[in-house]
Design a binder for this molecule. Sequence first.
Ligand code: FNR
Length: 378
Amino acid sequence: MGGQVPELPVTYDALEARARDHLDDRAFGYVAGSAGAERTAAANREAFGRWRLVPRMLVDVAERDLEVELLGRTLPAPLLAGPVGVLSIVHPEAEKAVARAMAGLGLPSVLSTVSSFPLEEVADAAGEGPRWFQLYWPAEDPVTDSLLQRAADAGYEAVMITLDTRLLAWRPRDLATAYLPFLHAEGLSNYLTDPVFAAGVAEPNEHLSATQAAVMRWIQVFSDPAQTWSHLRELCARSPLPVLVKGIQHPDDARLAIDAGVAGLVVSNHGGRQVDNAIGSLDALPGVVAAVADEVPVLFDSGVRTGADAAVAIALGAKAVLIGRPWVWGLALAGEDGVRHVFRCLLADLDLTLALAGIASVRDLDRGVLVRAGSEPS
Ligand code: FNR
């Protein structure tokens, strides 16, 4: 505030605009884009506008506390870096830069299955930092089990299975630029370094390069759209790591997930990238929280852009929130420093929002601090 203007933007829209200038059109479109007419992505943001905080005055907020307990660990704040794949398209240090930035803040980062670096290398970059692994659930159990064992061996503390992406959605921006990085073997490092996956890759020949052979196997193995809740129960039973599921929007699915044995769930619609014209993820949160009835932690993502957004999601029952695109823009613009910048901004914004609303601890956030936009405080 002394006159030295920050090198990176401090609002989401300005970050995205700067990244648009910086990145090539295909990479920008891949990150920014959503499914169909992008109405779900818009709904994610609109849903936040339907809730308002009601600030209270003259509460002692001299000492503030953002700490939360999650899966047996105390986190300094209820924020995580959500899983985002194939980060080499925005920055050469990709997931390693994210791991270093998040470890420095003591906040978990969730490594995507389709990362640009193998999970063991990212674990090394994270050092002592808390880390979780996201799983795109393969079509072959031995590949699934191998990935999970590798994640457990490399110190990942939980696996987050993404249920909403068994098929890739209709994404017009990527279709228009004919862009799917995986088809160029980008984002396949965890598969290519996996002995079980590698054993099934066809021998290259004059018609098939080694890369084409690997990509073809990946297409077969990536997912199995026939999987159902009974398969999840089996997977939870044999997983070496606690299982969370990501992509829950319906209260009944929350119950099915709990019955299958999950240790937590994430209310998410993948940032609007899968089903177009769906409800905003925040609109799904209260119903899921009610159905879960505190049996397992409920996390939230899709559309969180500010500290106040995080506060609203937590007040509606989320234990913590995952951040998606905001830090990807930070990474694109300035690598590790850019990721750190985005999280420091969010942390400061959340801290100030709570303090100014008269809430000393993040654990005191509940429905009582909110009203529906347009209604009077009672
Ligand atoms: C994602 N997301 C995602 N989720 C996942 O489980 N595995 C993945 O590999 C990816 N990859 C990915 C790439 C890109 C470019 C984006 C933007 C998103 C979804 C992500 O974890 C999260 O659910 C959304 O990003 C949240 O929405 P916002 O905050 O980006 O609007």
